[in-house]
Design a protein around this ligand. Structure first.
Ligand code: ATP
Ligand code: RIB
Length: 293
């Protein structure tokens, strides 16, 4: 069983569906409102656990009702929560999502997720050292991402950096990560001024650019490869990237070849977009394998 540690955010998603996305200064009437578990870290942890990995979440929640619900959700999905400590007197992270016109718009309030500090990471060092793969994203402080990248380099643990949401980062983090998985927008910010084709060549078998319903692009050392996405009826694409990252990581940690791992990631992600909510459609191992046949 692949041992995966996820260092990242745990949030509650507050999701409004609406026919129209409001413009600045405009009010529109929505259709529904739902509260569902989210946060890129927790999403990736849940996706990896459903795919059969042994998963440890390293993150923080607030000491509020959302924090309790987030912890409960991780536990019922089989994620180890011993390294998810509530922060006293602080609120849990929230993501304020509008689903409209076939896409999402998201405002994230990090709150307790900002307390995933380097000092906090030290408490989880043993978990990191025992991992086959570590996953990290950008909804926690950048200094923590840098710190975890140093730990992974020191102990030779492959680090998968999902640089979402977009921000530019130190070159040393890019060098230390084993795999980097931006979407096209994040790639433009990360490698500003350089074309995708150029950066893919610079980081063969390391940089994987996700292109939504188009699939995933990388350079295999000889040529640029596009592994196409599966054609499905998309209901909600929130969390597609998280599902791809988790599935890709699980497959790699199990020793699957690169192209096969991307394909596994695409399949899991395509199933995830067929249901509402970031975690609502995240498939089990059996569902992915049946669909891959
Ligand atoms: P999000 O932030 O919404 O979680 P993202 O922008 O990080 O997603 P995308 O590039 O949109 O990531 O999608 C990640 C992967 O999910 C794609 O490479 C693809 O495999 C799958 N995917 C996304 N959208 C679709 C879709 N409409 N149909 C099939 N597969 C999809
Ligand atoms: O990647 C999807 C996630 O990003 C959502 O669950 C939301 O929490 C946002 O942070």
């Amino acid at each position: 069983m692949a041992k995966i540690s996820v260092v990242g955010s745990c949030s509650m998603d507050l999701v409004v569906t609406s026919k129209k996305r409001p413009l600045a200064g405009e009010t529109v009437l929505g259709e529904s409102f739902k509260t569902v578990p989210g946060g890129k870290g927790a999403n990736q942890a849940v996706a990896a656990a459903r795919l059969g990995a042994e998963v440890k979440m390293i993150g923080r929640v607030g000491d509020d009702h959302f924090g309790e619900a987030i912890l409960h959700n991780l536990k019922i999905n089989g994620v180890h929560t011993g390294y998810v400590e509530p922060v006293t007197g602080m609120e849990s992270g929230t993501a304020h999502i509008v689903l409209a016109e076939g896409d999402n718009s998201i405002v994230v309030v990090k709150a307790a997720n900002d307390e995933v500090t380097p000092a906090y990471i030290d408490k989880a060092l043993e978990a990191l050292k025992a991992s086959d793969m570590v996953l990290i994203q950008h909804e926690i402080p950048e200094e923590t991402v840098a710190y975890v990248s140093e730990i992974c380099a020191k102990y030779k643990i492959p680090l998968l950096l999902n640089p979402a949401p977009a921000r530019s980062i130190e070159q040393s983090i890019i060098e230390k990560a084993a795999y980097i998985t931006p979407n096209q927008h994040e790639a433009a910010i990360l490698f500003g001024g350089t074309s995708v084709a150029e950066v893919l060549r610079k980081y063969p078998n390391k940089l994987f650019v996700t292109e939504g319903s188009n699939g995933v692009r990388y350079f295999d050392g000889h040529q640029e490869v596009l592994i196409p996405a599966y054609k499905v009826e998309a209901v909600d694409t929130t969390g597609a990237g998280d599902t791809f990252n988790a599935a890709f990581a699980v497959a790699l940690a199990e020793g699957k070849p690169l192209a096969e791992s991307v394909k596994f990631g695409n399949r899991a992600a395509s199933l995830s977009v067929m249901k509402f909510g970031a975690q609502g459609g995240m498939p089990t191992r059996q569902e992915v394998e049946e669909n891959l046949k």
